[in-house]
Write a protein that binds this ligand. Structure first.
Ligand code: AMP
Length: 280
């Protein structure tokens, strides 16, 4: 600092002042684009039922919604945009045409545009990761934020496989995401407490439950979202081998829990634990 002159850097803004007078102000344009893959799954409030031939779960006439971890991913991307750290939030979903409704929800939350990779076949995590890799090559985002897992298959694989296919760094199970110069700090909950990893951009991040609380989407925003772009492409265009690699053998409901009993005193409790449950 030279007498009377002050130069300061605040986030994306460089300011040069002489006493109270601003001599120079430079606002660096933010160019970070974020891609958020969102999956349409059975709503988490629905009591899932196994189908008659035990090949899967009933999906006909069942309420579907955005995977909850993906809602957290959209919320985080939108918050980064609102904080001026991200220039564009693009959401993508792979599946049948009905996935359009989760894309509309993401647009209503604040995403800028959406892409539907249309496909009738079952999409397993490896196929999703391969298609997302192609889309990343086309869209060139600096950051991809996915849910840590889809609550229908509970695979927890797509983000990791996408990072592997792209050769990018990955920060999984994020409970805090901070964009810092040229990179991203991802805080993760581990057994011993919190661990923070620094990734260079471009990078892949997957979200955990405590990252944020997604906003309530107000009706006017749902209406406004209708005017936002929704581009439909055929997944087949990418020439990717999406054939399933995993075969489900059988799906069963969890065993019905036995009703509890009331004991009259502690001695009876200890007796039952020792002689019936045989746990002490
Ligand atoms: P999974 O590996 O299946 O547990 O999914 C992890 C994450 O990958 C999800 O939370 C989504 O962000 C993304 N993902 C998986 N399948 C799809 C899909 N069909 N369309 C869009 N995103 C997907």
């Amino acid at each position: 600092m030279i007498a009377g002159y002050l130069c300061c850097v605040l986030e994306n803004v460089l300011i040069l002042c002489y006493h109270d007078l601003v001599l120079f102000k430079y606002v660096r344009s933010v160019v970070i684009k974020v891609l958020v893959p969102v999956k349409r799954v059975i709503d988490y409030n629905v009591k899932v039922r196994v189908n008659a031939d035990n090949s899967g779960v009933e999906t006909a006439n069942v309420k579907m919604s955005m995977n909850p971890f993906d809602e957290i991913a959209v919320e985080e991307a939108v918050r980064l945009k609102e904080a001026g750290k991200v220039s564009e939030v693009v959401v993508v979903s792979i599946g049948v045409d009905k996935v359009e409704d989760v894309l509309r929800t993401a647009l209503a939350m604040g995403a800028d545009r959406s892409i539907l990779l249309s496909c009738e076949e079952e999409i397993q995590p490896l196929a999703a990761a391969k298609l997302l890799q192609k889309l990343v090559e086309e869209e060139s985002p600096e950051l991809v934020i996915l849910g840590k897992q889809a609550i229908d298959d509970d695979s927890n694989q797509t983000g990791q496989m996408l990072a592997g296919l792209l050769g990018w760094g990955q920060g999984t199970f994020a409970s805090k995401v901070e964009l810092v110069d040229g990179g991203v700090n991802v805080t993760r909950e581990v057994d011993a407490g919190l661990s923070t990893v620094h990734l260079k951009l471009p990078a892949v991040v997957t979200t955990d439950l405590r990252l944020n609380e997604p906003r309530y989407v107000a009706l006017p925003n749902i209406m406004k979202a209708r005017a936002k772009p929704l581009e439909k492409k055929s997944a087949a265009e990418y020439g990717v081998d999406i054939a399933p690699r995993l075969q489900t053998q059988r799906v069963d409901s969890p065993p019905v829990r036995q009703a509890g009993i009331k004991v009259n005193n502690v001695d009876e409790l200890i007796d039952k634990l020792r002689n019936e449950a045989k746990v002490i």
